[in-house]
Design a protein around this ligand. Sequence first.
Ligand code: UDP
Ligand code: MG
Length: 314
Amino acid sequence: MKKTITILIPAYNEAPVLDSLYSRLDALSKTLKDFQLEFLFVNDGSRDETLEIITRFSKKDQRVSYLNLSRNFGKEIAMAAGIDHVTSDALVIIDADLQDPPELIPEMVHYWQEGYDDIYARRSSRHGETWFKKFTSKYFYRVLEKSTDIPIQRDTGDFRLLSRRCIEALQQIRERERYTKGFFSWIGYKKKEITYIRDPRAAGETKWNYFKLFNLAIDGITTFTTAPLRIASFFGVVVSACAFFYILYLVLRTIFFGTDLAGYPSMMAVILFLGGVQLLSLGIIGEYIARIFNETKQRPLYFIEHYHRGGKKD
Ligand code: UDP
Ligand code: MG
């Protein structure tokens, strides 16, 4: 019996690229003759013809399965929905926009056969992205790495091959605030890195703006580490200690030299500074409380409008 590999493609308004994606995936079947492939599209509430195109694929090609989510849930949840429906021996997650070259998959499969569990593609360069995006993403990974105990793979996306036991591990993670890239590191198992040059999007537009990326960064940090809470306490201790010694100094000075009632500007400065630190700390605590709030609701992660499972698997 052939081993099965599912290729998971989250797609949100990707109509312009789907045809070329499909033909490049199709070309893979020739190099991966020894495996049974499944193409699992997750339509994440697209507002264009994405669903129609996927349905068309599924009618003529029994390797194509698809999940149609009830609305747009975002890429992290779309991936979770896909992962929940994987029954194969291995899973490859790939972006629909062809920024991840499908031609790397055979190399991933090769390492999987050698016994690796998580073969991830690290981008050695990023064409078509602004220096600001490169810069921010580089420093984001640095900060995240410094503040957790889990090794985070730098400059990697979600493009990777996962073995059966990784799939099962991921299926057990039911958190609502998802930072999937962190989960891959968190579950562990044998990892292998391969490098590639990241292409610009083939067509269409990126769904990420800086506001969304900022949110993802906050999610990344708050789902993985409570270090910011400690920073708040640390700040508190340092500022209180300084204030204590300053008060001591003021008292002694008044006893020995009397008082001159000056110092309004410095007092304002201290009050404003402390007010700022307090608001910041409250904000940090609020972030975590919000997360607790969302988790305790125990809502399902997503709803499925329709699931089409591709044809016979022999
Ligand atoms: N995506 C999704 N739901 C969303 C946003 C994006 O499923 O709400 C998918 C999108 O179709 C693509 C992948 O996630 O396959 C990566 O999105 P994009 O290319 O916009 O992100 P970038 O490559 O700029 O990080
Ligand atoms: Mg992209």
